[in-house]
Design a protein around this ligand. Sequence first.
Ligand SMILES: Nc1nc2c(ncn2[C@@H]2O[C@H](COP(=O)(O)OP(=O)(O)OP(=O)(O)O)[C@@H](O)[C@H]2O)c(=O)[nH]1
Ligand SMILES: [Mg+2]
Length: 469
Amino acid sequence: MSDRGTIDEPVDDDLLDDLGFDPVDEEVFEPDDDSHRGGFGEFGGERSAFIERAFRERIVLVGVTLHGSTDEVTDESLDELHRLIDTAGADEVARVIQRRDAPDPATYIGKGKAEEVRRIAEVHDADTVVFDDELSPAQQVNLQKIFGRDALDRTAVILDIFAQNAHSQEGKAQVELAMLQYNLPRLRGAGKRLSQQAGGIGTRGPGETQLEVDRRRVVRRVHKLEAELVDVAKHRFTQSKRRRRSANRSVSLVGYTNAGKSTLLNRLTDARVLVENRLFATLDATTRRLDLPGGEMVFLSDTVGFVRKLPHQLVEAFKSTLDVVIDADLLVHLVDASAAEPDAQIAAVRSVLRDIGAGERPELLVFNKSDLSDELPRLRRHHPDAVFISAVTGEGIDELLARLAEGVRTLTQVCELLVPFERGDIMAAVHREGQVLNETPAEGGMRYTARLEAASISRLSDFVVEVAS
Ligand SMILES: Nc1nc2c(ncn2[C@@H]2O[C@H](COP(=O)(O)OP(=O)(O)OP(=O)(O)O)[C@@H](O)[C@H]2O)c(=O)[nH]1
Ligand SMILES: [Mg+2]
């Protein structure tokens, strides 16, 4: 079963074709098997993989503890980077941490430290050095010169995993866009070599360097991808508008990658999305109907998982997917109770939620994998309002459904309204914003019993006769 993007029904290729969504150029995603990690293509900028796939690369990890932080925090972040490079298919052979007030503009770490890293890389016969923070293009070039081997950053590793895991057309286009945005400032063409020949359309113009040609070509591709993704986003918007009109609530499963979001969606609905014990198995959004105890129906979505320092290129490229989260009425924040640092993962997820504008959404905290965790008593003490479940054994699922129903119910209240017959605008607003349970003509106007959100109740307060407690 694929993790193709689905809304109510699977969005298939035909639908994307109807939307004028061209397939992604195959060349861009074809693994390049004769050069190390794909390299830069003929025109540059089309790196499809950063980490070698043919063998497990040996990698030195480098983290910096900046002023105000601690080595412990850096070490946790490097543990996460360790899992990321493992998912990408590489091994950590050494780890270096440096304390600094601020990154060095030329080499990120100090020059002396860079020399030390070079020696360590040599001793361990490492292929690549990976930094835990994003390097500027200049820092990357300088470090590669010092090391005599590749210097990559966390962003490149995450992009690499996303590229491996993208299956749907939308996912592939989003990842390609993020990759190009990352590569664009890193393009290195033929330097100052100027073209003497005047070419036809699309070839190098007189006096134009190869680099400029490359850049122009990549920018064109970026614009094309952006336009394609806007079309997909429009389709999604129409779907979500239809859902909103139905007055049913939408609930999004959010959480750290590998917390078990897709497993939970599969348990609660017939979604059958891909579940894998690896980071970022899910890159698309899938939405399914879910009936709650008490008869309420909600739309439940599963989407891409989060991680510390999620690259901004990905957040931007995945905007249409992440909009599912922003639009949700309620978030189910799923946490892996068996993880080494569940609280650090909660903090990382909340930070991403704030970044994408969903920081204020009501949230139900749910600890998953309780069948694997020895930390339950401590977690229960620290999070008395959380629900504890196992999406695999089914333990706690009934309580989760009951708490979801309760959470969804408290988002809205049932009101009585009396709207004068001449106020067609208000009548339309009641229908648009709420779920009308009953509507009868009465003396002085139309009488409604409707389920409304707090914001609507206050907007329509002049016409509200009674709010059910
Ligand atoms: N033991 C146990 N394993 C679980 C549970 N829930 C999920 N898993 C396992 O955890 C792994 C990740 O599950 P997924 O459902 O793919 O996690 P996800 O949150 O969707 O992950 P991404 O899509 O990669 O962000 C899989 O190997 C699941 O079988 C649980 O309650 N108990
Ligand atoms: Mg998933």
